[in-house]
Ligand binder design. Structure first.
Ligand SMILES: NC(=O)c1ccc[n+]([C@@H]2O[C@H](COP(=O)([O-])OP(=O)(O)OC[C@H]3O[C@@H](n4cnc5c(N)ncnc54)[C@H](OP(=O)(O)O)[C@@H]3O)[C@@H](O)[C@H]2O)c1
Length: 352
């Protein structure tokens, strides 16, 4: 297809209400293609999309009225991570982001809320949110780089790692955890990582110095206190949101240590409530005598470019759990909801 032409309609997964993917998502074969981009926006022809647990949770949590107020639309496309080709570039787009160039990235949060997502053949994104795909990188891997990678960067920005700094990574085999292990290792940390037994070899291959099977060693806090109490961690990087890990952390987290959490696997609402208590409740009222930080991802092209550089230098790789065909996106969501992915779950949208 020529870069100057656009089809009138496209295939896209869309929804108009709220609920779980199988309840509300449908494959729309005649969804409108966005108009040509303005300013420094890019119209992307999507190759692959990787799923993010936050996106399906948002599908169930954000009322359609809110999406409508934000976007003015009544039909929405989910997801934010992608790899694809610039199809049209707005007049103010930078010279290196012109039609034909391979890019990857992650939509800014307001676009996610507006439901102008990536699980479609075409979508619009600001040029400042993308970076060039490293030449040797495959499409599926590129689609999985931005979300988990930028979340991992934000987690590590809360830390000061030196050679040998002792770090525990909880949930090391998922989309975020696989990135956190590699980034912490690249900064010289001594990494102890948790995952289930079946993922031990994978997590070791990412550089973890020790791997703890959290199922075989349940309850995990008691095992950590026994094994690491004498040599406590400086940081716990939690990619699951295991509250017990923080509650019992004085047994294995140094007195001036910090737990950084991004996960909400124990429930989104309860995680936010606990995060406030974990952060602010004074010890005299029952607070845990350790520091806690709940952080969120603020994706941008600069961070994405940093990740791409690390891939090119051989310091970082994306673990892809499985690639699903576009028509099978609901199966991909089933896999995501099961919460035992090894790395990123990816949907192939089309050949580009
Ligand atoms: N705040 C943000 O900006 C942000 C951004 C991205 C993601 N997140 C959140 O971060 C969390 C992780 O995201 P993700 O993309 O990494 O999810 P994911 O890829 O779906 O995570 C699946 C992984 O979690 C592991 N896991 C599940 N329960 C575990 C437990 N109790 N202990 C240790 N590992 C466990 C599984 O390991 P096993 O199969 O070995 O059990 C599996 O490898 C989610 O809650 C997501 O919403 C937040």
């Amino acid at each position: 297809m020529s870069y100057s032409t656009l089809p009138e309609s496209q295939r896209a997964w869309t929804f108009s209400s709220w609920g779980l993917p199988r309840e509300i998502l449908a494959l729309n074969l005649s969804y409108a293609v966005p108009p040509p981009p303005v300013r420094a926006d890019l119209l992307i022809r999507v190759s692959h999309v990787s799923l993010n647990p936050g996106c399906y949770l948002a599908m169930a949590a954000i009322p359609p009225l809110v999406r409508r107020l934000v976007s003015g639309n009544t039909t929405y496309v989910p997801e934010g991570e992608f790899a694809g080709v610039v199809h049209l570039a707005g007049p103010a787009a930078p010279a290196h982001l012109q039609p034909g160039v391979r890019v990857f990235g992650c939509l800014p949060v307001p676009k996610l809320v507006a439901g102008a997502g990536t699980l479609a053949e075409y979508f619009i994104i600001p040029a400042e949110s993308v970076a060039l795909v490293p030449p040797a990188m495959g499409w599926a891997e590129a689609a999985g780089l931005a979300g988990g990678g930028q979340t991992a960067i934000n987690m590590l920005r809360e830390t000061t790692l030196r050679a040998g700094t002792r770090v525990l990574v909880n949930g090391a085999s998922g989309g975020v955890g696989t990135m956190v292990v590699q980034l912490a290792k690249s900064q010289g940390a001594y990494v102890v990582a948790t995952c289930s037994g079946a993922n031990t070899a994978l997590v070791r291959s990412l550089g973890a110095d020790e791997v703890v099977d959290y199922r075989a060693n349940a309850p995990l806090p008691a095992h950590l206190a026994k094994t690491y109490g004498a040599q406590p961690f400086a940081y716990i990087l939690d990619c699951v949101g295991t509250q017990a890990l923080f509650v019992h952390s004085p047994g294995y987290l140094a007195p001036d240590g910090l737990l950084v959490n991004v996960g909400n696997f124990e429930g989104a609402g309860i995680t936010i409530w606990r995060a406030m208590l974990n952060t602010y409740l004074p010890c005299i009222f029952g607070g845990v005598p350790r520091r806690y930080a709940m952080i969120s991802t603020t994706p941008n092209g600069e961070k994405a470019a940093g990740l791409a550089r690390m891939v090119e230098e051989g310091q970082l790789r994306v673990v892809v759990d499985e690639v699903f065909e576009f028509e099978d996106a609901l199966k991909a969501y089933d896999r995501m909801i099961a919460r035992n992915a090894k790395g990123k779950i990816v949907v192939k949208v089309q050949d580009v």
